[in-house]
Design a protein around this ligand. Structure first.
Ligand code: FCB
Length: 441
């Protein structure tokens, strides 16, 4: 790797990220059923109908995985707590084994000198709450606040940072408009409600955690750079709509207490009653903002109904997700987020990384030079932003290990550590060793 730790300001934090359903193994330890189990069991939704029942079996291999994390030399680990593991019915009686697991995880990190950065919700909604309408039901904000109280009542005294929700765009739009993630709806009214309620739930959880006297609370959004596919005015406007729905809706709600007009052109008639009254809760002050960044899209005009855009890809090199590699987008988002939304607030890159066809070589290594290059290029973009005085304070690689990549099952490998999903053997890839070396100098 070209980059090294000493190229970054003192105190800049390097981390790795994972999420509960993607690695833990939800059949273990008394976790409840989630809407991802239901979505995956419905033919056509997930590659080979795979689910997270076993995943990486992290639940039973916690110590081995934390040792690998420590071997990487990271300062901080971003993980998530499964709502259904903590509260199998979504509400009511907590699962003691689940709470014990997160307790062990946090203590295991602290013993290894790694800061625990927790996300409360990375998508595994308990099925009984999905039955009640899930994110479409306004009551979810209170159910979520209660979950925050239970889990943070147990680990909140020892976590370094906490963010309520991973990627509100995925929870709202991807899952309720595109139908690509659980619960797999394609319904504009459900979408508008989910997009708003997810931010309301964020705000309620922030209130609860402040009440528990927790500090270093943040919000994590995924951002995708939208560029017009051609020179036409129609495509320029289509790209603006895409940007408004994907990026500006959530940052605008969280940091300005307003949604962009061009998003409301389509969503407005479907918003829940009196949604404007929720902004004092949604904008509850946070201590940092996290950006998950992977790629850009070229957006063309599409003469169909709102939102009237078509996603196309350009001619940059792509990952096995079909995502173009575009580090400039990370620089642009860091500067734009600072300029338009967050000012002096610390920013973190809370996810960045790439999928590839990683295979074990005969000598037992996993050569993945393109991943090392990807990390180098994106860390370069972070450095440029820092040079422009953007307050970027840390960078987390997605992901520590290969895992359940949602609708793509176990087919896409994002890890620094290779996982054989038959034997569950972990093998650090060349990029793991490259990053470890970079962090030690
Ligand atoms: C992000 C998700 C994460 C993983 C990566 C590739 O959107 O937060 O769980 O799927 O993409």
């Amino acid at each position: 790797m070209k980059m090294s730790r000493s190229d970054f300001p003192d105190g800049f934090l390097f981390g790795a990220a994972t999420s509960s359903y993607q690695i833990e193994g939800h059949a273990e330890g008394g976790a409840g059923r989630t809407h991802w189990d239901d979505f995956a069991a419905t033919p056509g939704n997930v590659v080979r109908a795979e689910n997270g029942a076993r995943a990486c079996d992290h639940y039973n291999r916690l110590d081995e995985d934390l040792d690998l994390l420590a071997g990487l030399g990271v300062d901080v680990y971003r993980f998530s707590t499964s709502w259904a593991r903590v509260l199998p019915e979504g509400r009511g009686t907590p699962n003691g084994e689940g709470l014990d697991f997160y307790d062990r995880l946090v203590d295991g990190l602290l013993q290894r000198g790694i800061k625990p950065a927790v996300t409360l919700y990375h998508w595994e909604l308990p099925s009984p709450l999905a039955d009640l309408g899930g994110w479409r039901n306004r009551d979810i904000a209170d159910w979520f606040a209660d979950f925050a109280e239970v889990i943070m009542g147990r680990i909140g005294d020892r976590v370094w940072s906490a963010a309520p929700i991973n990627e509100p765009w995925c929870v709202g739009w991807l899952s309720h408009f595109e139908g690509a993630h659980a619960p797999g709806l394609r319904d504009i009214r459900a979408t508008a409600r989910a997009m708003h309620h997810v931010l309301l739930a964020h705000g309620r959880a922030i209130q609860v955690m402040r009440g528990l006297r927790m500090g270093n609370l943040g919000a994590v959004c995924n951002l995708e750079w939208a560029a017009p596919a051609d020179e036409s005015d129609a495509s320029r406007r289509a790209a603006e709509r895409y940007d408004a729905i994907y990026n500006r809706f959530f940052l605008g709600g969280l940091f300005k207490g307003a949604y962009p007009d061009i998003a409301l052109e389509g969503l407005g008639p479907h918003m829940p009653d009196n949604w404007q009254d929720d902004f004092p809760t949604i904008t509850a002050p946070v201590d940092w903002c996290g950006l998950n960044y992977y790629t850009r899209k070229l957006i063309a005009h599409n003469p169909g109904p709102w939102p009237g855009y078509a996603e196309t890809t350009g001619d940059l090199p792509q990952t096995t997700m079909g995502w173009e590699i575009y580090p400039d987008g990370l620089y642009d988002f860091l500067t734009r987020t600072r300029n338009d939304y967050t000012g002096d607030l610390p920013l973190y890159v809370t996810e960045n990384g790439m999928s590839a066809d990683d295979t074990l070589a005969p000598d037992g290594t996993v050569p993945d030079p393109f991943r090392t290059d990807y990390l180098d290029m994106h860390l370069g973009a972070v450095q440029r932003a820092i040079a422009d005085c953007v307050p970027v304070r840390g960078y987390y690689c997605w992901s520590l290990m290969d895992n359940y990549e949602w609708a793509l099952g176990y087919e896409k490998r994002f890890g620094l550590i290779h996982v054989d999903f038959e034997t569950l053997k972990r093998t650090p890839k060349a990029s793991y060793h490259a990053l470890a070396a970079a962090l030690s100098r």
